[in-house]
Design a protein. Structure first.
Length: 241
């Protein structure tokens, strides 16, 4: 059983590498270390569903790296990850962009302890992990990232004063938000300031065949969903400031 799990995890890691062929050997090594690190920490603190830990590279790492398909963070960029939980999307992005600075915050101290431990184990010098709420921050950032911590209008209210007016990127500064499902209602208030990217399109992966309504009731549990099934309804929402 262990060999099957290990082979599956390795195959998922190779899928991540295939979407980012310019990764250095150091970056590949850092991504390869994520699974044993999170597997160990997850046995002590419930960061990821224990049924889903073997899907780490698709459901968590690749999902986080969809943001890297929308925008390349320039050297010196300041990026805030709000509600980082176990370090997503901030840790995968900090490996991808070692010259950018990442501030990962969460209100739960034990999760931040894990994030800092993972960053230290990977030798990431560009990560600051802090237990706090976004509303208490006063620094300014080029971009704010997060993974579905709340509805976009509420999230915007938390961080609207934290975005720098100095522009250094191909896109104007703003929010890059990972969210699933139908996001039209929560993006509507922002009009033309918002753009929604389908993650499967970003990775060039064909969408799964349309399912009949009667088949929807038999949808696989999340932990059993492959790349296309899991990411089918996932989006990157970009909100410019």
């Amino acid at each position: 059983m262990e060999e099957v799990v290990s082979r599956s995890v390795q195959e998922d890691l190779e899928k991540v590498f295939s979407f980012f062929p310019a990764l250095s050997e150091e970056q590949k090594s850092q991504y390869a270390q994520l699974y044993p690190l999170y597997q160990d920490w997850n046995s002590k603190i419930n960061l990821i569903s224990r049924k889903d830990i073997d899907n780490l590279y698709i459901h968590h790492v690749l999902h986080s790296l969809a943001i890297a398909k929308v925008l390349k963070f320039e050297p010196g960029a300041r990026v805030l990850d709000v509600g980082t939980g176990g370090g997503f999307p901030g840790i995968p992005l900090s490996v991808m962009f070692p010259q950018a600075q990442f501030h990962l915050v969460d209100s739960i101290g034990k999760k931040i302890k894990v994030v800092q431990a993972v960053a230290d184990a990977l030798g990431l010098q560009n990560v600051q992990a802090e237990q706090c709420r976004a509303e208490t921050l006063t620094s300014r950032y080029d971009f704010i990232v997060s993974r579905a911590v709340t509805r976009l209008p509420e999230f915007y209210g938390w961080v609207r004063n934290l975005v720098s007016k100095e522009q250094h990127h191909a896109l104007p500064n703003g929010i890059l938000y990972l969210k699933g499902g139908d996001v039209r209602a929560e993006t509507a208030p922002f009009g033309r300031r918002v753009y929604v990217y389908d993650i499967l399109d970003l990775f060039g992966v064909p969408k799964p065949p349309k399912r009949r309504p009667e088949d929807m009731e038999e949808e696989k549990p999340v932990q059993e969903q492959g790349l296309a099934e899991y990411l089918e309804t996932k989006k990157v929402i970009y909100l410019s400031f």
